[in-house]
Design a protein around this ligand. Structure first.
Ligand SMILES: *Cc1c(COP(=O)(O)O)cnc(C)c1O
Length: 434
């Protein structure tokens, strides 16, 4: 075996093709669309946004789509839309981006954290059931790192206890679960469309639902110019049209909606190529000790959407306890710059969810509106905390160019990484290294 790059050997990734890694993908068509908005000075208008909404709803196969200035705002709209109010509980996985749940506290709701499944990295249905109480209003389901959550079980639990389901599709736009599009299972779905995400339009968010009442209540949270008598039919809202109910303004910037309209035309095609590249990457590494793909079996009709924030699962025991930190260090040296351990840190451990008194309640915001100290139900979230030592970033490959993907994936350099660690004293006892 050749010397590890970490110790001066040749790098495994020799062809540093910028198109393989570059994000977002766009052409002069997006540039023209943005310039058109600028030239018409319609940055703050609604016409392009409404077109984008119609096209997005059609693509999702949903009745209503509502655009927001970001994903955070769209998720707040979804929460208010399904009826999350003061004293209600919302169950959210502890491992996700903060905007899956933090806004709920501004509605006076209580965030209850659930564990994640170690294989899907999405919310664990058994823990949802354990944490449901009479106050549970909604379950926030995140299709985390592009992996579809276990929707069969989740919808079954939601029906059994009569709670709402919100899907946060920020990582998995266009993805499928058993042949059905993610974001079409729950009462409502909302998602980020910011530049780093799989569906990248700049800053933006989108809510989709088939429920008129949810749609109108989401409108009431921050799109005041359409919160008017011609659009609002709900009796509880009609007396208040004209002003946003919770004092926010969340309109999408039309340069973003213009980019979104163009992105939508090519989105499925681009995701299909990314999936082809990423699945090829994982096929090459199939069976390598210590490495497990974080992906679905596509023959079941499920997909990994656009493989946003692609990760691998690391099994240190199969590599003689070699630390993930050391492993990633060796892989980075081979030219895979993104390879670091971890993902989002477990939310329940953050001081905001433990001690911060944000609104002057005289007690922490997380429990300001709950009768008992729900922080005690964080007791079983240790595996959520361990996740940082279990998963690592892999390259997000945008092009299906087998020879280049092989440079990123050839098992040899993973083995080399292990071999070198073995030589430098960390105990690794694996048959193929002897
Ligand atoms: C990015 C993200 C959001 C928030 O979206 P913004 O557009 O950044 O406001 C919400 N949920 C998840 C899971 C995200 O990754």
């Amino acid at each position: 075996m050749s010397e590890l790059a970490l110790f001066g050997g040749e790098k495994a990734v020799k062809t540093q093709n910028p198109d393989m890694i570059k994000w977002p993908i766009y052409t002069s068509e997006e540039e023209e669309a943005v310039l058109d908005v600028l030239r018409k000075a319609s940055m703050s208008g609604l016409d392009v946004t409404r077109q984008f909404e119609r096209e997005f709803a059609e693509w999702m196969g949903m009745e209503y789509a509502l655009a927001f200035n970001n994903g955070t705002a769209s998720l707040l709209g979804a929460m208010y839309g399904v009826g999350v109010r003061k004293g209600d509980e919302i169950i959210c996985p502890s491992i996700t981006y903060w905007a899956s749940c933090t806004q709920a506290m501004s509605l006076g709701a209580t965030v209850v954290f659930a564990n994640i499944d170690k294989k899907t990295l999405c919310i664990d249905p058994d823990d949802i059931e354990r944490k449901i109480t009479k106050k549970t209003k909604a379950i926030m389901v995140v299709h985390y790192l592009s992996h579809p959550a276990d929707m069969d079980r989740i919808m079954e639990i939601a029906a059994k206890y009569n709670v709402k389901v919100i899907e946060d599709v920020s990582h998995a736009q266009g993805g499928m679960y058993k042949g059905k599009k993610l974001g079409t299972f729950g009462d409502v779905a909302a998602m980020s469309l910011m530049t780093g995400k799989s569906f990248a339009i700049g800053e933006g968010g989108m809510l989709v639902t088939n429920n008129r009442e949810i749609y109108e209540h989401a409108i009431a949270t921050g799109t005041y110019e359409r919160f008017n008598d011609s659009e609002i039919t709900c009796e509880d809202l009609r007396p208040f049209t004209g002003l946003p109910l919770i004092g926010n303004k969340h309109r999408m910037h039309q340069m973003s909606s213009a980019v979104g309209r163009v992105q939508l035309k090519y989105y499925d095609e681009r995701c299909a190529e990314i999936r082809k590249a990423m699945n090829y990457f994982w096929d090459l590494l199939d069976g390598v000790p210590g490495l497990r793909a974080h992906r679905v079996d596509e023959t079941t009709g499920s997909t990994m959407a656009g493989f946003y924030a692609a990760h691998g699962i690391y099994v240190a025991e199969e590599l003689g306890g070699l630390s993930i930190t050391r492993f990633c260090e060796a892989v980075r040296a081979e030219g895979v710059d993104c390879c670091y351990p971890g993902c989002n840190a477990a939310l329940h451990t953050h001081a905001l969810f433990q001690i911060a008194d944000v609104y002057g309640d005289g007690k922490p915001i997380r429990i300001a509106n709950s009768d008992e100290d729900i922080r005690k139900y964080d007791d079983n979230l240790a595996s959520a905390e361990e996740i940082g030592a279990m998963i690592y970033w892999i390259p997000w490959l945008k092009k299906f160019i087998p020879s280049e993907i092989e440079e990123y994936a050839i098992p040899v350099y993973y083995m080399n990484a292990v071999k070198k660690a073995y030589e430098t004293g960390e105990k690794v006892e694996i048959e193929y290294l002897k």
